[in-house]
Design a protein around this ligand. Sequence first.
Ligand SMILES: CC(C)(COP(=O)(O)OP(=O)(O)OC[C@H]1O[C@@H](n2cnc3c(N)ncnc32)[C@H](O)[C@@H]1OP(=O)(O)O)[C@@H](O)C(=O)NCCC(=O)NCCS
Length: 146
Amino acid sequence: MEVRAPTAAEFRSISAMWQGMVTELGPPMMPKQLAGLRDHGVVVLVAVDDRGVLGFVNHRHLKRKEQTTIYEIAVHRRARRQGVARALVERVLNDSPHGRIRLKCIASNPACTFYTRLGFQLVEMERSRTGKPMKVFSMERSSDGL
Ligand SMILES: CC(C)(COP(=O)(O)OP(=O)(O)OC[C@H]1O[C@@H](n2cnc3c(N)ncnc32)[C@H](O)[C@@H]1OP(=O)(O)O)[C@@H](O)C(=O)NCCC(=O)NCCS
């Protein structure tokens, strides 16, 4: 498995994958919008192998807050529980100039268990725009990795 920047065709795969995960990720982005995120400082990475795109992560290194924020992360249903999301988070943490990742997750999403397993700490509770409880997670880079 390789983690890298997506090709034009892979932006289409990400968009198609996102359309099947609206409950967890919110309204899907079209391939052009995804490709344009770079102009706003957002980095998109894909995990790929010979099956194609297995998962993706959108994130941004925020200088002012001295942290890297993950906006979306998702893995194709067929490729779950194979360490794909772990590899994506590991890469984001390694690339982070701040060595710190923060993200928000709807409290009822099973993904919260994934973050806890990886070593994220619950640092805050918030409400989403629609009033749903959200967990704010944070993790710092350590010398022994994830
Ligand atoms: C959350 C998500 C990204 C995890 O991707 P993944 O590639 O399956 O995760 P990994 O295989 O790297 O999981 C690592 C560990 O996290 C834990 N974990 C992962 N998914 C889990 C789940 N649904 N429930 C409980 N624990 C989970 C497990 O301990 C797992 O290790 P194990 O399989 O050896 O037990 C994936 O389920 C997904 O795409 N969900 C839909 C989109 C989403 O909710 N994104 C997050 C929005 S905040």
